[in-house]
Design a protein around this ligand. Structure first.
Ligand SMILES: NC(=O)c1ccc[n+]([C@@H]2O[C@H](COP(=O)([O-])OP(=O)(O)OC[C@H]3O[C@@H](n4cnc5c(N)ncnc54)[C@H](OP(=O)(O)O)[C@@H]3O)[C@@H](O)[C@H]2O)c1
Length: 329
């Protein structure tokens, strides 16, 4: 029996679409399980230029046209956040499997219909939370699960980046879901939940520093879990992203784990409680790190799954609901 190749359609032509195209092309050459088949843009010209740059055989001048192409099995949605939920629903209704960039919606209420549609249509849906498939992150998690760190007491994670102010950029435009929390704060929040054993915090404190347009430039969160674990988290889009403010530290009673650049980690460190390095796990990306989420979609589709057991629908919903709670604070 010949193997089923996943024909991908990329929706939008921005920065992350380029990264995905590179990873998909890499995987396509490596295993042949995926094929970069089509790209869509709001502009036919942009779609054609992207297609040419990445050797993609088909281009569409609208997202709808891509969804109605019957040859496409799976779509990768790479627009600003505000369009993710609606486009996911359209794609699922057109019979496509969907890998959707984070966050799937601006508020949790807009997320639920996406899952209802995936369930009703019997189609695969996954939020592209690529950190969950990262080998270094999973190594650190395995140290926790094996009890090497002992009961967890404290977690700290920050994700700072410094974007030049531009009122038209999706990062600063409230209509496009701008702000640090939804763009980068989602990673420290997801990491805290992951290391806490996919548990909801029992208590959340939060502070958001907003600009005149109502977009949060900097935020700080404190979570307390029933286990006793406490987490200090922060993110920013207007503060310099030095590496010390882009890491994850998990402290337990008998050890600690450190993930430099945790959301795109290529190294995990196991430390003693007094800070000596006991183990260094290096895991350079074969391509750019996005190949791992593509492999997960391939694996799930080959098994006929509707959701990934690693990044489940409930995982995404829980984080989205917590992001809602943070903003309510
Ligand atoms: N997983 C990750 O590591 C990662 C990294 C960066 C971003 N992201 C996520 O990916 C999404 C896109 O981010 P990006 O950095 O690629 O953004 P970007 O460079 O601004 O690109 C967004 C693309 O969306 C399309 N688009 C549709 N409506 C738009 C509108 N009203 N304004 C601007 N663009 C519009 C445009 O493509 P067309 O004009 O071709 O239609 C545009 O090129 C975001 O939700 C973000 O959270 C994820």
């Amino acid at each position: 029996m010949s193997k089923k190749v996943i024909r991908w359609g990329i929706v939008a032509t921005g920065g992350i679409a380029e990264k995905f195209a590179a990873a998909c092309r890499f995987e396509s050459a490596r295993t042949g399980n995926s094929e970069l088949y089509a790209v869509a843009s709001r502009s036919m010209q942009k779609a054609a230029a992207f297609a040419q740059a990445w050797g993609i055989p088909h281009s569409h001048g609208s997202y709808k046209a891509l969804f109605s192409d019957p040859a496409i099995d799976a779509v990768y949605i790479a627009t600003p956040h505000n369009l993710h939920a609606e486009l996911s629903i359209q794609a699922l209704k057109a019979g496509k499997a969907v890998l959707c960039e984070k966050p799937v919606s601006i508020v949790a209420a807009d997320f639920y219909p996406v899952i209802e549609t995936a369930r009703k249509e019997g189609r695969f849906f996954m939020e592209a939370m690529w950190m969950k498939f990262n080998p270094a992150v999973n190594k650190a998690l395995s140290w926790v699960h094996e009890g090497i760190l002992g009961p967890l007491t404290y977690l700290r994670s920050d994700f700072f980046l410094h974007a030049p102010y531009d009122s038209t950029s999706r990062l600063f435009d409230p209509a496009l879901g701008g702000g640090a929390l939804l763009d980068v704060g989602i990673y420290p929040v997801t990491a805290a939940i992951l290391f806490a054993g996919k548990k909801r915090p029992a208590h959340i404190d939060a502070f958001l520093d907003k600009d005149e347009a109502g977009v949060d430039r900097y935020n700080r969160m404190h979570f307390t879990f029933d286990s006793g674990l406490k987490a200090d988290l922060s993110s920013a889009i207007t503060l310099h992203g030095i590496d010390q403010l882009r890491s994850l530290v998990v402290l337990g009673e008998t050890g600690a784990a450190v993930l430099p650049l945790f959301w795109m980690a290529q190294q995990a460190l196991l430390l003693s409680p007094t800070g000596e390095t006991l183990e260094t796990f290096d895991s350079p990306f074969p391509c750019n790190g996005y190949e791992y989420e593509i492999r997960e979609v391939e694996r799930c589709l080959a098994q006929g799954l509707l959701e990934s057991p690693v990044q489940t629908w409930d995982d995404s919903i829980m984080v989205m609901e917590i992001l809602d709670q943070i903003r309510q604070k």
